[in-house]
Design a protein around this ligand. Structure first.
Ligand code: C2E
Ligand code: CA
Ligand code: CA
Length: 767
């Protein structure tokens, strides 16, 4: 018998219980057959022996029955197969006593009864040995004891007799006993092995169940199992918890019933259950099928996976799988998606989301009416950013978004990027004019914005486009609104413009122009015309302004007005400017004397990457004295802090700075004082107005020009009058005290810089 340990204990108990199951009945039959045997064999001649023997044997059988009965009861009461070792010890004692009694019975009676009774006695003895060995074979030692004790007890008494037949009987008994013991060992062993297999199987089942319980405890996941009818067969507490139904309710449902009961009532919710039902019906595996359900009124998301269980013939006999509540992960993914579709600054939809939604609107029922789109673009937003800082710019955008959002009744508003907003109005049944549809949105700019203590008057240019759903794509309509916006911008700030087909034509021209400009850079089609500037006191040419021209292969010589805007917007002006700066410096290097060369520089060039480096490199390359270079910048271009800083560095290089078109931009006197400038170029509109027929215009022009001269002298810098077209104007600006003059009367722009300069004319315009 094996020693302790969980498996060993249980194995022992199982063996004992199996033996005990037979024992009471076997004991009873045994006792009965022994009583009958005694009556027939012993009573006629050995009545005293029979009485004494039975007086021991019957109680012994009774005690054996009692032990078995108590053992079985104790196991039944405790519900687990555990039996005290005492039962084994009692059983050994009991079997040994019975063995001894049997040995006494046979050893005493056999030599004392007649041959007929001897046969009955021997046969019964053999039968009792055999039957008992089989009945007790589950416990090897007890089964063996049952055989060995009587045989060992009887054989010596037989051997003491000097009858040959007893010798043979002894030998037979020993042989028979040995065979029985071998049989017991064999049966006990096979019973042991079967029991062990059962114990192991039960233990692994327990482990699996333990693991499954653990699995369901530790996560939001659960296991499900259905039979061939689809009814849920494995219903866990976890499933009850996550589904909001009781285990009892669940047991009466099929998986599909369950899902239909709790599916979200939306179309999507029902569709997802239908798709799952289809998959089940087709007997295909399901992988992470996502379902939108409602549990206790709240929306939840489930993921269901499973595989069909099949019988050996391949027929589906049920399903088994896992379910998971993925609400958290799903919500997280949705948040991420929302975030990816939202503009973080304003909280409006971003460009991506706008495109998706706008496409959906345009794909809708054409009967709903026309879809109207407007693109709002803030005017001069860049200068807000440049002068007041990005944080003010950002807050302004947020406020604009909030005001637009407050007007949106059913409209969809998005930030397309930068200072551009899109408004998609609800389809309008009657063909309405965009101006009417979007007027309320334009009104949000009527009131100034208050951002961090700054009162900002902001206007927006608006481009509108409209289409019937199905007649145009989102991209197309945005393109049209963009063209309209472009036209609105060109017309001035705060304008609204609707798309018309001619805009497409213009856009087409513009696109051709950009392509041509790119080619022109490659083919070096740009050149300068030079226009001299005269010193009024001496009449000498002291400087010449380089004016850009484009020798177009088919359109001839083009002035800047034909291409400058497009070159600036397309970003091509920066490389053009860099090329021309080198060209100008080369020309300047070839010039004698101390004549200066003035370049026009726009804000994009000034702010362009490495502008100062390029300027320095060009001067260095051609050995140009910085004092002979002048950069002309308009007031507006010079107005930002960034420009101011660059201009300061320009001057530190020794290069002069001229403020171009002075008087038409907006510089405050305070700013002017700070600006690093050497020359004020008073715009030609004032010179032109000097000869005006309207006296008031004349007076105003005169006053402005006078004050420009005063400002220049107060700042210790020079003043130049632009656009002098006749002798009268020249006389007047001379009288006003201008230092320099420039204009067609003095000299028209011409390609040959040297010719003009050699022709040093006598002082012009003496009164
Ligand atoms: P701006 O700087 O005011 O240049 C003077 C413009 O006035 C030139 O026109 C010149 O031809 C014109 N002009 C000169 N004298 C008179 C006159 O007596 N009467 C009239 N009515 N006009 C006169 P242009 O060459 O067509 O240049 C136009 C503008 O293009 C320039 O105005 C300047 O702002 C810009 N520009 C020219 N060249 C360049 C360049 O190389 N780079 C940049 N960024 N801008 C340039
Ligand atoms: Ca100029
Ligand atoms: Ca000018």
């Amino acid at each position: 018998m094996e020693s302790c340990g969980g498996v060993d204990e249980e194995l022992f108990s199982r063996q004992m219980l199996a033996a005990m199951r037979f024992a009471p009945r076997a004991n009873l039959v045994n006792a009965a057959s022994l009583v009958v045997l005694n009556l027939y064999v012993a009573v006629p001649t050995q009545v005293v022996f029979a009485v004494v023997w039975l007086a021991f044997a019957v109680p012994a059988a009774g005690v054996g029955t009692l032990i078995s009965w108590v053992g079985k009861r104790s196991v039944a009461r405790r519900g687990e197969i555990q039996l005290s070792r005492w039962y084994y010890r009692l059983a050994v004692l009991e079997v040994s006593i019975q063995g001894v009694l049997n040995a006494i019975l046979v050893g005493y009676l056999l030599p004392r009864v007649d041959p007929g009774r001897q046969v009955v006695l021997a046969a019964t003895f053999a039968g009792i040995l055999g039957a008992g060995a089989v009945a007790l074979s589950m416990v090897r030692s007890i089964g063996a004891l049952w055989v060995v004790v009587p045989v060992v007890g009887v054989v010596p008494t037989f051997l003491l007799m000097d009858q040959r037949s007893y010798d043979v009987l002894s030998a037979q008994l020993v042989l028979y006993g040995a065979v029985l013991v071998v049989g017991v060992v064999y049966l006990a062993d096979s019973f042991r092995r079967r029991s062990l297999a059962e114990i192991r199987a039960r233990q692994s089942l327990e482990v699996v169940e333990l693991l499954l319980d653990d699995f369901e405890d530790g996560s939001r996941d659960w296991l499900w199992e259905t039979d061939s009818e689809g009814l849920l067969t494995h219903v866990s507490e976890r499933l009850a918890e996550v589904s909001g139904l009781s285990v009892h309710q669940l047991r009466r449902l099929t998986l599909v019933d369950l899902l239909r009961t709790i599916a979200d009532p939306s179309v999507d919710g029902r569709r997802s259950v239908d798709a799952l039902t289809d998959a089940l019906a087709r007997g295909q595996g399901i992988r992470e099928h996502v379902l939108h359900v409602r549990v206790r009124g709240g929306p939840r998301w489930w993921s269901i996976s499973g595989t069909p269980r099949t019988d050996p013939g391949g027929a589906v006999v049920g399903w088994r799988g896992v379910g998971a509540d993925i609400t958290q992960a799903h919500n997280h993914a949705m948040d991420m998606l929302r975030l990816a579709q939202t503009d973080p600054l304003t909280g409006l939809a971003n460009r991506r989301r706008f495109q998706e939604r706008f496409e959906a609107v345009l794909a809708a029922d054409p009967g709903a009416g026309e879809v109207h789109l407007a693109i709002f673009d803030l005017d001069n937003f860049k200068s807000v950013n440049d002068t007041l800082g990005h944080s003010v710019g950002d807050e302004l955008l947020a406020q604009v978004a909030a005001r637009l959002g407050a007007r949106a009744e059913g409209a969809f508003i998005a930030r397309l990027g930068g200072d551009e907003f899109a408004v998609v109005a609800q389809p309008v049944p009657s063909p309405d004019f965009p101006e009417l549809v979007f007027a309320p949105y334009q009104e949000v700019f009527d009131e100034p914005f208050s951002v961090r203590g700054n009162r900002l008057t902001v206007t927006a240019s608006v481009g509108c486009a409209r289409a019937r759903p199905g007649s145009a794509g989102a991209e197309e309509l945005v393109g049209r609104a963009d063209l309209a916006l472009y036209a609105a911008k060109a017309a001035g700030a705060g304008r609204m413009s609707s798309f018309s087909p001619s805009m497409s034509l213009r856009a087409h021209h513009r696109a051709t122009l950009v392509a041509d400009l790119e080619l022109a850079i490659e083919r070096e089609e740009f050149l300068f015309h030079y226009q001299p500037q005269h010193e009024l006191v001496t009449g000498r040419v002291v400087a010449t302004e380089a004016l850009l021209r484009w020798q177009h292969p088919t359109r001839g010589l083009l002035p800047p007005v034909e291409f400058l805007d497009v070159a600036e917007e397309s970003g091509l002006l920066v490389p053009i400017g860099a090329i021309m700066l080198r060209q100008g410096c080369r020309r300047l290097a070839g010039l004698d004397g101390c004549v200066r060369l003035a370049f026009n520089v726009s804000q994009v060039e000034l702010h362009g990457h490495g502008f100062l480096d390029q300027l320095e490199a060009a001067m260095h390359e051609f050995g140009v004295d910085p004092g002979r270079l002048e950069l002309e910048v308009t007031e507006t271009a010079a107005a930002t802090p960034h420009s101011e800083a660059i201009l300061r560095e320009v001057r530190e290089l020794g290069v002069r700075v001229a403020l171009d078109d002075f008087g038409v931009g907006y510089s405050s006197l305070a700013r002017l004082q700070r600006l690093p400038v050497d020359l004020l170029k008073v715009d030609r509109v004032f010179a032109a107005a000097l000869g005006s027929a309207a006296p008031r215009a004349r007076d105003v022009a005169l006053a402005i020009m006078k004050s420009a001269v005063d400002i220049a002298s107060a700042l210790g810098i020079e003043a130049l009058a632009e656009g002098i077209e006749d002798s009268a104007q020249l006389a007047q600006v001379r009288r006003l005290g201008f230092d320099l003059a420039q204009g067609f009367f003095v000299a028209t722009p011409a390609p040959d810089v040297t010719r003009r300069l050699r022709l040093v004319e006598p002082p012009v315009g003496t009164d």
